[in-house]
Write a protein that binds this ligand. Sequence first.
Ligand code: UGY
Ligand code: MN
Length: 247
Amino acid sequence: MSFPYGQTRTHVAARHALIAPDGHVKSNVPGITGAATIILINEAMGAKFAQLLVTFESGGRAALPANGIETAGYFETGGGTLAIGRLKQKVAAGAFFFAPAGEAWSMTAAKRGTRVTLFQKKFVPLAGEKTPAPIIGDAAKVQGQPFLGDPDARLQVLLPDVPAFDLAMNIFTYQPGATLPFVETHVMEHGLLMLAGQGVYRLEDAWYPVAAGDVIWMAPFCPQWFVAMGKAPASYLYYKDVNRAAL
Ligand code: UGY
Ligand code: MN
């Protein structure tokens, strides 16, 4: 039942945010056509990265130029043809990619309804390390590892965990009742998309019911905790900045 009194689960605070799908408003983003694009998180919110949800119409396209921005993407549904520099591949639901800074990338021949989440960040090079190469992969082929020993909370690390990368993109899947083992408080920032299931997310000193389609921003040092609820597993895709000096 919906109440006609302007209610929503969306809550935007100074250091965290929950964006429920009922509040989505489209933006025109240069280079993306034939698609509904929602900018869910960016610097205007206080974040140091951007999170976008792109839902393509049949034949929609994205063509992003080579510049200082790197992009990590995940296909929730649909598919098309992805090209990153000289790497070109047909992709389907469950595909992920990494387009490094300095490489143009494009998505063509999109199937109608294809949903892609993009995380974009200004690349911070590391002395002595080359800029990472383009990647196109399939999340179904990435083994989930028990998180801190819990087989009911499994983490799929989609991108190489090496110093050249200054971002990570992971999928966390919890069996009903499983939790993050403690309230994490860390320097890394997160952008998160609930892919399936439901649960409760603690962000700073508030507890939020969350479900598939919700997006969360956690600023650095935002205390965070999650419990999966209901009868089916809950999973989320998330971004974090990694591997760079403290000062
Ligand atoms: O990688 C992480 O920091 C992860 N454990 N955080 C989270 O799921 N909120
Ligand atoms: Mn965390």
